[in-house]
Design a protein around this ligand. Structure first.
Ligand code: HEC
Length: 482
């Protein structure tokens, strides 16, 4: 009975947590409007706080306190890893909520005494609060959608506005002017700023990023990208570029320079109707040489591991061959056709998040092979409430980057521990509502990476949980009865 009441509280706290994204937007809008209203009042030299601003701040402060609490709950229940982004976001949120409460108090006190210290603090504090909510929102975006969620979008908008510069840069072979290069279709990004160039210059993918991609971007994307793919060729999605067309020709045949249709076409004289680019000047000899070399090397593309949390940032730089990239794209398509959500974790990352929990008819062991191609890139996998059982889990051994795994309310049962414990990066594991038992839990002790295991509503006993916690102090076991 006791266990049930605690479960119920947890269920409500989790709901509160999930309301966080709704709650936080309230104070952000209110406080920024209040700061503007107060600024107008200050310019007009009207006495006392703006009544509108004061009301907004009082409401904003109250909601912000609830929002900060809900954020705390949300990070816990959704298994967000404790990384530097979470730390900053959490504390800017809490400090902002506290600051707002103080500002609201000073505003109320300053209403009757416009010359008081409180009134002064009201104005200064309100300005600071407006800046703080903007900051908290910024880090919230980074946390929810990945590093550079706002910053990279900003740079890529800037880049498009200065497209002319990029064209010059590509011609002159000085791609360092391009702040961010991105292959949107495969969610990949690599910086070509000075430092980043230094970092990637020894790796196979870097030639693609520094020499080939700028040519594609400035001379080919106009007709061969996600927006337009003339002749069926989309150079933002490598899978389409390496597949044979109706005549059996491949635009890019990795490793086979002279068999690649792209090379044939860029070397044709301008008056040939097949010549590419279809308009404008011919490519320079250096640009053609770069594309030849890249295809000859197997057409590798650079991969940044798409860091979201501190942990993932430490992964070694990874490169997918054109073939692997193809497999990822095709698997994502097959999964999407089955109704599964398969997306890069952040807009520009190479880590994938796959969620099969909502698919109807339910996802099962027989569907698991659909994941094969994208296994190498999956960091978050949600199989909650699917029909997947121990047999279907075997393909997890192909997922070396898996960090978070939800198996709650699946058919998974005793006997999965050894496999799960062998996943090198697995940190958060949810097994609630499955048939696992004490031996399964104790078997998970072999994992070197696990940080949190959810086992509510299973056969795991308190004794086993206590034993596990004693032997593995670094791992949190959540039974719902603690
Ligand atoms: C102004 C538009 C335009 C630009 C710019 C352009 N292309 Fe094309 N491209 C086309 C059209 C139209 C076709 C389809 C007709 C054809 O096959 O000639 C095509 C077809 C191709 C094909 C054959 C696709 C296939 O599999 O049949 C390749 C390869 C190709 N382009 C490469 C390039 C490359 C590389 C660039 C940049 C250096 C480029 N194109 C720039 C318009 C363009």
């Amino acid at each position: 009975m006791l266990a049930e009441t605690i479960d119920l509280t947890d269920a409500w706290l989790r709901l509160l947590g999930r309301l966080h994204p709704i709650l936080v937007h309230f104070p952000i809008a209110l406080v920024i409007s209040a700061a503007c209203a107060e600024a107008v009042r200050a310019v007009r030299r009207a006495p006392g706080p703006s009544p509108f601003a004061l009301t907004s701040v009082v409401i904003g402060a109250s909601v912000a306190l609830v929002a900060a609490t809900s954020g705390w709950q949300n990070a816990f229940f959704e298994g967000v890893e404790a990384g530097p982004d979470l730390f900053i976001h959490r504390w800017t949120g809490v400090v902002t909520a506290g600051l707002l409460a103080v500002v609201a108090y000073c505003g109320v006190r300053g209403r009757s005494r416009p010359d008081s210290l409180e009134f002064g603090f009201w104005r200064v504090g309100l300005t600071l609060s407006a800046l703080a909510v903007t900051g908290a929102g910024y880090f919230g975006g980074e946390l929810a959608y990945g590093e550079g969620y706002i910053g990279k979008a900003f740079w890529s908008a800037m880049r498009m506005s200065t497209q002319a510069d990029v064209e010059v840069a590509a011609d002159a072979q000085t791609p360092a002017v391009v702040p961010v290069v991105e292959v949107a279709g495969v969610g990949e990004v690599a910086k070509v700023g000075e430092t980043a160039q230094g970092e990637v210059s020894h790796s196979a993918g870097s030639q693609f990023v520094t020499e080939v991609l700028p040519v594609f971007e400035s001379r080919c994307y106009e007709c061969h990208s996600n927006k337009k793919s003339k002749g069926g060729l989309n150079l933002e999605v490598m899978a389409t570029a390496t597949e044979p067309d109706e005549q059996g020709r491949r635009a890019i045949d990795p490793g086979n320079v002279d068999a690649s249709e792209m090379v044939r076409r860029i070397e044709l004289p301008a008056d040939n109707e097949d010549a590419m680019p279809a308009d404008g000047a011919r490519l320079t000899a250096a640009q053609i040489g770069a594309i030849r070399k890249w295809i000859g090397d197997g057409a590798p593309v650079a991969v940044s591991p798409g860091a979201v949390s501190g942990e993932r940032r430490e992964l070694p730089e990874q490169f997918l061959s054109a073939q692997q990239q193809c497999d990822v794209d095709l698997a994502v398509k097959a999964l999407t056709d089955r109704g599964v959500l398969a997306l890069p974790v952040s807009l520009e990352s190479h880590a994938y998040e796959v969620n099969a929990s909502l698919v109807r008819p339910k996802f099962s062991d027989a569907d698991m092979p659909l994941m094969a191609g994208v296994c190498c890139a999956i960091t978050n996998l949600n199989l909650a409430r699917t029909q997947v059982g121990n047999d279907g889990l075997t393909c997890l051994s192909q997922m070396p980057r898996l960090v978070r795994l939800r198996l709650d309310r699946t058919q998974v049962g005793p006997g999965c521990a050894e496999l799960l414990a062998s996943l090198p990066k697995l940190e958060v594991l949810n097994l609630c509502g499955t048939a696992i038992d004490d031996r399964t839990l104790l078997g998970l002790a072999a994992s070197r990476s696990l940080q949190r295991i959810f086992v509510w509503d299973t056969k795991v006993t308190d004794d086993a949980a206590i034993k596990f916690r004693l032997e593995n102090p670094g791992v949190q076991v959540i039974t719902g009865r603690e």
